[in-house]
Write a protein that binds this ligand. Sequence first.
Ligand SMILES: Cc1cc2nc3c(=O)[nH]c(=O)nc-3n(C[C@H](O)[C@H](O)[C@H](O)COP(=O)(O)OP(=O)(O)OC[C@H]3O[C@@H](n4cnc5c(N)ncnc54)[C@H](O)[C@@H]3O)c2cc1C
Length: 488
Amino acid sequence: MKRVHIIGSGIAGLAASVRLAKAGFKVSVFESAAHPGGKLCEMNLGAYRFDKGPSLFTMPHLVNELGELTKTKSQFKFQKLNDVCHYFYEDGTRLKAKSDLNAFADEIHQHLGESREAVLKHLEHSAQLYHYTADLFLHQSLHKPHNFFNIKTIKAIGNIKKLQLSKTMHEANAKRFKNPKTVQLFNRYATYNGSNPYKAPALLNIIPHLEYNIGAFMPNEGMYDITKYIYGLAKEQGVEFYFNHKVEDIVIENEKVKGLKANGSLFESDIVLSDADMHVVYQKLLPSKYTPHKLLNQEKSSSAYIFYWGIKREFTELGVHNILFSDNYEKEFEQLFNSDKPYHDPTVYIHISSKVCKKDAPAGCENWFILINAPHNKSHLPVGYFDELKLNVIKKVNRILKTDILPYIEEESTWDPFTIEKDTSSYGGSLYGNSSNNKFSAFLRHANYSSKIKGLYFCGGSVHPGGGIPLCLLSAKIAGNMIIDKHN
Ligand SMILES: Cc1cc2nc3c(=O)[nH]c(=O)nc-3n(C[C@H](O)[C@H](O)[C@H](O)COP(=O)(O)OP(=O)(O)OC[C@H]3O[C@@H](n4cnc5c(N)ncnc54)[C@H](O)[C@@H]3O)c2cc1C
């Protein structure tokens, strides 16, 4: 039985461990933290529970697939959200994005004066983009030449005009919609992989398809349930977990993996699969002769500054996901990618899991997760803008919700680019690995295997196909299947 060591118990590391153990490998996971999940973790603050990282869950079938693979009896329970997101603009315009597409188109027509057909056409186009490209870009390695000589690639090339490769996301959306507020609403999807809609390719208009045509979901007990469920499957399959074990080296002999070193001991294995950020792997775990400088020097995705507030009041105008838009989106993104602190009038995202997971806050209260897009932390030193940012957020919340929020905050904690890096080893705290701010970015992510070291593989948000829960789960599938095909 071949032995695989996995570095990191992020969502991709966990999913890969399930796949490999099911295929008959002896699997161990080494995790420097005391708990599984990486960025997909949780926290309690007084009587409140918070998901610390991801809040939006799409493509739940990728989680279910793991349950089906293992034929487990345990169930992963989740619900589809009818209200996808509540949008608020500075001039008082408000609207609700609904899961029912016609109702959503009506809402945009009523509040933003856009034609219903334009909205429906946009969502149909988004579905088409997914249909033409998912098999090529998301479901297989982009680094194996034989993957380019098949029907999927031919299909994608045949539809290349529809992919609008020469346009940015903003250019495509500004052409489709007449109201800048609608453009802003659909530009927002670039942030789902930490990118800038004014630079990112129009192909990223694939993302609304996931949220509207497939749906936005919420696990019944909150986002951390995803981690708990997959971790449970891994334990059922006999995966061994070494928590509080920071990997210090990947041990190589004759350009072949021999194992890894953690907490001063050697753990031998035939295969190492890393779910850690690429920067950790190349700058800390491997000799410098292997470092792919060009790849590591690419622009990083954005990070975030999160305030977790226990709010002793309920706000009926808010839903599970809420966006309070910045008045100058273009400037906000310019600052996000060219400076070291968030814009003074940031877009404020408020996620309230207690709207559907009632146990997450006491009766009459709400657990506010407030995320501000922030530049990734180039200095790797503590970020110093807490007071200024908190004041700007409070001013914005007060202005838009016509309230005085400060007296209602009874619990507070934060996570920022510095502490995200400290806790998860993600470079500069970037949330999604490299940004997708240029049209070649899909091709510039690291492969799911090493071409120089035999037995070394990669999964997780910093490698192909990219960051976010669904893509991380797909990276686990691609890397897992490569290992199974090659070594089983
Ligand atoms: C605030 C925030 C909000 C987000 N919002 C969303 C969202 O709404 N929807 C969405 O889909 N995605 C979202 N994301 C992104 C998503 O969380 C990530 O893309 C995904 O969870 C990354 O998973 P991963 O498998 O790459 O591993 P990570 O979660 O990055 O975990 C890597 C693990 O490796 C461990 N590790 C690293 N180095 C070592 C070492 N040397 N030895 C041992 N262990 C090591 C780390 O401790 C960590 O546990 C968000 C992320 C954050 C932080």
